[in-house]
Design a protein around this ligand. Structure first.
Ligand SMILES: [Zn+2]
Length: 453
């Protein structure tokens, strides 16, 4: 990237919530290259030559938000089984998803990633687990979209090998053979995974769920991921139907099953984690296993309320995820902060999750889930310059506390930087056209729903 595309940036006069350390009312952030070089009160002492100066008056600066769970392809398949449980929604969605091709994935990912960037997200993961034969390179299609939008991207090469004929939930037509899954996953790691500091692209290994994946695939996926030093991800403990399935097939509850097959550890983060026993919560903390909390999706599917305060008290890493738009219909990361707070408070009272805890889940918590807490998730010198500058003027001036205003009220960011590169300026996406990204999402939806099953 040239200096022209990434000049030094100095943000001044902003209320800074660095997530690590004290908040700074009226402070500065100095960015050189892809790094933060200074954060402090008042004006910047030294301004690099040629720096772009940004007046942050009336704005809150936070770390860019980190989305810990997503299925970008689902942008093209929203609104299915709008009143169904997880299993009912999946059974209705599988035949639609089975029609996807690389063009659908590219269009859906472009819209989904632009939506995330425009709403303050700087790093996202994606969990893609359906690869119908002869439909092009679906994994590459979403990576190409992420490069265009400019988000830091952690695509997970997902998989399903347990079709209905073998006791799984998905139809046989959309599952793959175990050897081809492992070969394609290893190819994806070799081709795209970048372990270096500041990487824009890291790959994880992610069999889909206990009711769509064999035990053998789980075990061999973990061996593959660990032999390459990449992370592991899957869905777990999302619904009570899943509890029943695990008790019937494995004789234990979902997290005990994972524990038994070596799937808890500091290199693992798990989506949902709604139905946890006290022992499960302890095991998350003891093993350093991360939980990606997806409150809108859990609410939409009536799955339940995750034990977030208990996980936090135990010391487990907890991030937030928007989950696929198929089960959360276009929520944003700031929206998930608000929903997470409201769900916990409705259940446990107003102290259950504060605005600042919600911001921490959406930033440092997500960074911990992705193993990147040394690089992103807080505003500190030496970290990557992934910064969101939120406008809190206009209507939101009515709330005095900027962090409360963001977490309760939300607002689109005025400016968004990823590794010092500007993705959003004056509230507008600069890397891709928001209007074109929206059209790409609609075209993907039409192509998917018009395709012959
Ligand atoms: Zn999911």
């Amino acid at each position: 990237m040239t200096d022209r595309e990434r000049p030094s940036v100095v943000i001044e006069n902003a209320y800074i919530a660095p997530v690590a350390g004290a908040e700074i009312p009226g402070g500065h952030i100095v960015i050189e290259g892809d790094r933060i070089v200074a954060v402090g009160p008042g004006r910047a002492d030294a301004v690099p030559a040629g720096a772009v100066r940004v007046d942050g008056s009336g704005c809150l600066a936070t770390p860019g938000l980190v989305n810990a769970h997503h299925h970008l392809y689902q942008w093209a398949a929203q609104g299915i089984a709008p009143d169904g449980t997880l299993f009912e929604w999946l059974i209705a969605s599988y035949p639609v998803w089975a029609r996807m091709d690389a063009e659908v994935v590219h269009g859906a990912a472009t819209a989904g990633l632009a939506w995330l960037a425009a709403s303050g997200c700087t790093t996202t993961t994606d969990h893609h687990y359906i690869f119908p034969k002869g439909r092009g390179d679906l994994f590459d299609a979403e990576i190409e979209a992420a490069r265009a939008v400019g988000l830091r991207f952690h695509p997970c090469r997902g998989s399903m090998d347990l079709g209905r004929s073998k006791g799984g939930l998905p139809p046989d037509e959309i599952v793959e053979e175990i050897d081809e899954i492992l070969a394609a996953t290893e190819d994806a790691i070799r081709k795209y995974h970048d372990p270096s500091f500041g990487a824009m692209l890291r790959v994880a290994v992610a069999p889909c769920s206990p009711f769509s994946v064999s035990g053998e695939l789980m075990v061999r996926s973990a061996e593959l991921a660990r032999s390459h030093g990449v992370r592991l991800h899957t869905h777990i403990a999302e619904s009570l139907d899943e509890d029943d399935h695990c008790k019937e097939r494995f004789g234990v509850l979902p997290v005990e099953y994972l524990d038994r097959i070596g799937w808890l550890g500091p290199d693992v983060w798990l989506a949902h984690c709604v139905h946890l026993t006290d022992k499960d919560v302890r095991r998350f903390a003891e093993t350093g296993t991360g939980a990606a909390h997806c409150p809108s999706s859990n609410g939409r599917l009536g799955s339940g309320v995750a034990r977030v305060p208990e996980l936090l008290r135990a010391g487990a890493p907890v991030g937030l995820g928007v989950d696929g738009a198929g089960s959360s219909e276009m929520t944003t990361m700031a929206g998930e902060m608000r929903t997470a707070m409201l769900m916990q408070r409705a259940r446990h009272g107003p102290h259950a999750l504060t605005a600042r805890q919600a911001l921490e889940l959406a930033t440092l918590g997500g960074a911990r889930c992705l193993g990147r807490e040394a690089e992103i998730g807080t505003l500190e010198p030496g970290k990557l310059a992934d910064v969101a500058l939120w406008r809190l003027d206009g209507f939101l001036t009515a709330i005095d506390d900027p962090v409360v205003a963001l977490a309760y009220g939300g607002s689109p960011p005025a400016r968004l930087l990823v590794g010092g590169r500007t993705l959003v300026e004056d509230g507008e996406l600069r890397t891709v056209s928001a209007a074109e990204a929206a059209r790409a999402g609609v075209a993907a939806h039409r192509r998917l729903t018009a395709a012959t099953p």
